[in-house]
Ligand binder design. Structure first.
Ligand code: 0O2
Length: 233
């Protein structure tokens, strides 16, 4: 796409918005958009800080143990519609200050680990870092959700260093194994299928699949320990 086209369509859009608003409203909307974009940029920086910390841990771990504890990482910024839905659902005001104060998951990093033990090793190593503050921890591996969902959730606060200030930003971290991620991704796809009825039988089948995935994790972890022991013998 060429830039001239983007700039032209941008200015056409602005002109269209301007027609619907008097100049005061337009200035306010513009100012609001700029503040929103700035806030999202801060969340994106915080997300990058967390990703870097996990990449460093992965590198160090692979040097020390000759294997990678992290299989993959996915990051996302919550879309504005989901932000406003969550604020409304929880009865919070729809303002930018409210987003910062009341939403802990605007920036999210999902870390897919090889084995269950890696989830806790990485969590401990991250929380030991002196610039990380733990805000909340939910262990859905030790205590799975009733539908079978398993993951370790952390809300942490991390500093970002800007040209003239330091800001503390919150990031939601989900740590899970490949098996937990496989189950959660498919469950999400099935549950949110448009117009389909989700029956009790389907829910209990999903719960059974979650048990199978937990069993798989347990067996793979046992195998990992056996390989490790035979390697050091
Ligand atoms: P998205 O698109 O992933 O962001 P809280 O934030 O503490 O007020 P909440 O939102 O219930 O309350 O937090 P919780 O329980 O820690 O779960 C938040 C996120 O975990 C969800 O984000 C999902 O990503 C994931 N999650 C939680 N439960 C399930 C589940 O049963 N199945 C699947 N597949 N994922 C789950 P969002 O906001 O739903 O969406």
């Amino acid at each position: 796409m060429n830039n001239t086209y983007v700039k032209e369509s941008d200015s056409i859009q602005k002109e269209q918005i301007r027609r619907f608003l008097d100049s005061d409203d337009f200035e306010k909307a513009k100012e609001g958009m700029e503040r929103f974009r700035k806030l999202i940029a801060y969340y994106r920086c915080a997300m990058m800080e967390i990703e870097t910390k996990f990449n460093v841990l992965n590198e160090e771990f692979s040097l020390r143990y000759d294997r990678n504890p992290i299989n993959g990482m996915k990051s996302r910024i919550k879309d504005p519609l989901s932000m406003s839905e969550k604020l409304e659902r929880k009865g919070y005001p729809l303002t930018l200050t409210s987003v910062e104060e009341n939403l802990n998951d605007v920036a999210g990093v999902r870390v897919i680990c090889s084995f269950p033990e890696d989830v806790y090793t990485l969590c401990d190593a991250l929380l030991k870092q002196d610039d990380i503050t733990l805000v909340e921890k939910k262990d859905y591996i030790a205590n799975p959700k009733p539908n079978g969902y398993r993951s370790l959730h952390l809300i942490v606060s991390v500093p970002i260093f800007l040209a003239h200030e330091k800001r503390l930003m919150k990031v939601e971290i989900q740590l899970r194994t490949i098996a937990m991620d496989f189950w959660a991704s498919l469950e999400h796809q099935l549950r949110y299928k448009k117009d389909a009825e989700f029956t009790c039988e389907m829910a209990s089948e999903l719960e059974y699949c979650a048990k199978l995935s937990a069993e798989l994790d347990m067996r793979m972890d046992k195998l990992r320990r056996a390989v490790q022991e035979s390697d050091s013998a």
